[in-house]
Design a protein around this ligand. Structure first.
Ligand SMILES: [Mn+2]
Length: 325
């Protein structure tokens, strides 16, 4: 190899995966549920590659694609219909999917696994469920790992791939604002720009997508912002009726925005979902804070900087605060 890898992944494993892809008849690419720019960036870049080598494939994410990612080439091929599992696949590649549960199709994937189908895990969350695990939990996004993989396979990164890979970096570094922003994520982004990635489009699509109705929801969120001084947690709530009144569910970006707060260790958004479920997203503000630890305590998951969990119930105001009933 006459170049240096961006991530701490094992070259041998990448070559092994290359062999598995070569031998496979039909490959299933799986992203995580509630897909973001990293998982979709990975899926679309992989689709571009598999197409270029004339492989049969399908790409899946358990939830529908957010409209602000539709500009990525091949994104509209990604299916969220579980009927796709009626097809026979002989290799599964999970991208940016911390565990099988996070894929939203745990049962289906386990069934394939029982039939001897290999599940490959490519990720920057600490994870270890694959037959091969190509993981670097220091990488700022999974697309950075995928970039290394493609380079080890000697793939020429074209401008569509470059745009997809950049989308993952921009999302996971919050447009180069959070602590995943470092010499590596910046340096690789510069390389991707040289390879034709459309930086302005990615950035605009990710961060300038608010509507007036959406911003009405934001106003509720900000109005209700509270802080628990004992726990040093800032939090706010979004009620089901807020969503109904605003006529939109646009809560994208709220959790990340709240983590701009300088006065707390952790920020939290507690959101009622219509059918009596409450979704809590947690962000670590302080470097030492661990969002995943808190989420796991409530049966959820995620990574150190961003995590979440879901519980059943409704929110009710109680004095200055809220309680779950
Ligand atoms: Mn990611």
């Amino acid at each position: 190899m006459n170049f240096e890898l961006e991530t701490k992944i094992n070259e041998q494993q990448i070559k092994e995966l290359g062999g598995l892809i070569k031998d496979a008849q039909k490959i299933l690419l799986v992203g995580h549920k509630n897909p973001d720019g990293d998982t979709i960036g990975c899926l679309t870049a992989m689709v571009e590659y598999l197409k270029s080598i004339n492989k049969n494939y399908a790409a899946f994410s358990a939830d529908e694609l957010p409209v602000n990612l539709e500009y990525l080439k091949h994104s509209l091929e990604i299916r969220s219909d579980k009927n796709i599992f009626n097809h026979s696949f002989d290799l599964v590649i999970c991208l940016d999917t911390a565990d099988l549960k996070y894929s939203g199709v745990e049962i289906e994937l386990n069934r394939l696994k029982e039939r001897g189908v290999k599940i490959i895990n490519i990720d920057h969350h600490p994870s270890n469920y694959g037959a091969i695990n190509i993981v670097d939990d220091q990488a700022s996004s999974t697309t950075v790992i995928l970039y290394d993989i493609l380079r080890v396979w000697r793939v020429v990164i074209n401008k569509d791939m470059a745009t997809s890979l950049l989308a993952g970096i921009l999302v996971d570094t919050m447009n180069f604002m959070n602590s995943a922003t470092n010499d590596k994520s910046l340096g690789l982004s510069a390389k991707l720009l040289q390879q034709g990635a459309k930086f302005n489009m990615v950035s605009r699509q990710l961060y300038q997508t608010k509507t007036r109705d959406g911003l009405k929801l934001w106003s509720r969120l900000l109005k209700r912002l509270k802080k628990n001084d004992t726990l040093n947690i800032a939090y706010s709530v979004i009620l089901a009726e807020d969503i109904e009144e605003a006529g939109t569910e646009e809560t994208e970006g709220m959790s990340n925005f709240l983590s701009n707060l300088a006065e707390a260790r952790i920020s939290m958004i507690i959101k009622e979902i219509r059918d009596g479920e409450i979704k809590v997203s947690i962000r670590a503000i302080d470097k030492g804070a661990n969002a995943a630890e808190l989420a796991r305590y409530f049966g959820g998951g995620g990574h150190k900087k961003a995590a979440g969990f879901t519980i059943m119930g409704r929110l009710e105001q109680e004095g200055e605060g809220w309680r779950i009933v």
